[in-house]
Design a protein around this ligand. Structure first.
Ligand code: HEC
Length: 195
């Protein structure tokens, strides 16, 4: 029998419900030591859980950063193309900057090199847009990647057709337009305006 024979009869039913070994009432004013480890353990669980949650968030943040990096790479490739197509060829054809055959040839060569990278750079769906971007990719790019990729050779053909043939503003303007029409063939299906 582990029941305290000195316990008052009134307290007995309560003590009698407690697990074995814990049914001795502590002296008045003392701390029930049996409660201490339990309290400490109870404190450890939320701490561990917090660490697991923090770890999971870090992993999640890493994945989000990698995806954002892919979206940025894709956007940067288009911006690089645009720097030459609009910043050089279009500006020159409009007379905003003076005609310069060497600069035009260089711009076309740079566009050609960048366009060759589109299929590969757009291989992975980042599933997010570049933060604050004006344009983003339609999910259709990855639903129909083969069709997306099929929009690239026509741009390359337009470039090949004008390469080395720019002699004056008129031929420059024609070159700009013929290339740009093929860029738009892809954009009208696969590029979305975000703002
Ligand atoms: C095979 C498809 C495809 C071709 C070809 C293509 N683009 Fe794009 N372009 C996209 C997609 C998809 C986006 C939207 C995604 C992004 O901006 O990252 C885009 C975005 C752009 C943007 C917006 C960038 C920004 O966020 O400000 C410009 C400018 C651009 N393209 C220029 C061009 C030019 C110029 C050409 C032709 C020389 C061209 N693109 C050819 C698919 C294409």
């Amino acid at each position: 029998m582990d029941r305290d024979p000195r316990a008052s009869p009134a307290a007995q039913p309560v003590n009698g419900d407690l697990p074995r070994g814990r049914n001795k009432r502590p002296p008045r004013g003392s701390i029930d030591v049996a409660d201490l480890p339990r309290t400490r353990r109870a404190g450890e669980i939320p701490m561990k859980r917090t660490m697991i949650v923090a770890g999971t968030l870090l992993l999640g943040a890493g994945a989000v950063m990698a995806q954002q990096e892919i979206a940025v790479q894709q956007d940067n490739l288009m911006r690089s193309i645009a720097k030459n197509q609009y910043g050089v060829l279009q500006k020159m054809s409009k007379g905003d900057i003076p005609f310069d055959k060497a600069a035009a040839d260089q711009a076309i060569a740079a566009i050609e090199a960048d366009v060759a990278k589109i299929a590969k750079i757009f291989e992975i769906n980042p599933k997010q847009d570049v933060v604050n971007a004006t344009y983003g990719s339609s999910p259709k790019v990855w639903q129909n990647k083969a069709d997306f990729d099929s929009k690239i050779p026509p741009v390359q053909k337009a470039i090949a057709d004008v390469k080395g043939k720019i002699t004056d503003n008129a031929s420059l303007k024609a070159a700009y337009t013929s290339i740009n029409d093929r860029c738009n063939d892809c954009h009208e299906t696969y590029r979305v305006k975000l703002k």
